[in-house]
Design a protein around this ligand. Sequence first.
Ligand code: ZN
Length: 256
Amino acid sequence: MIKLQIAVAGVAMAAIMTAPSFAGDHGQHKAHWGYSGEAGPGHWGSLKAAYATCGAGAQQSPINIQAQRALASKVGEIKFSYKPTPVKVLNNGHTIQVNYAPGNTMSVGGKTYELLQFHFHSPSEHMINDKHAKMEAHLVHKAADGKLAVVGIMMNVGKALDALAPVWSRLPHELNKVALNPGTVNAADLLPANAQNYYHYMGSLTTPPCTESVSWYVMKDAVEVAASQAAEFVDLIGENARPVQGVNRRFMLSNE
Ligand SMILES: [Zn+2]
């Protein structure tokens, strides 16, 4: 399980592995990636060799999804098999990440992916028709062959998202401290009412090492999050959205 999480969440891995030296070692801290200045997104590709794809990749995420350019297509039904599950909430310094126990899957195109974790960005990383949402949730899944699928959910300010209450009530304010027992969370409660209404394209992790061949499923319909919930996240983490990347020669599909 640990190995699985490390392989997927390169982000979390980097944060966890540098944790012991994080507090007192400023040199180590400087070498780490972030969202502004010398360690910001425009510099990720040159921070270290392992991050080269962040600068050189041609299939990077996030992107600005233009509805008019998306090809109407039968990508297929996504079968979400999510259930109430015990979780662990981690503040890795880049986001709040909710790690899942095994047993939740999504299946699409004949392939089944296990839900490993979900986490948040503010503002949203993807844009739809040139617009950001207040936040974006990323549900990160991995198939048996190692391929990743991420479901992106835009979150606009509105009524409180009750599904987040157990997580938000235990937001870890300390780096790399895991909050246990926030109760069970059902990732299905994060999905918009129509979760078959989505865009699909091939992209990457949006954080170093920016690994490509990630199947993205970005929901067309946003969910709502309370202004106070969004503010609490930003107060804790700061803004953590990578700017949109070039679409280049990629197709965007619109599941119809
Ligand atoms: Zn993300």
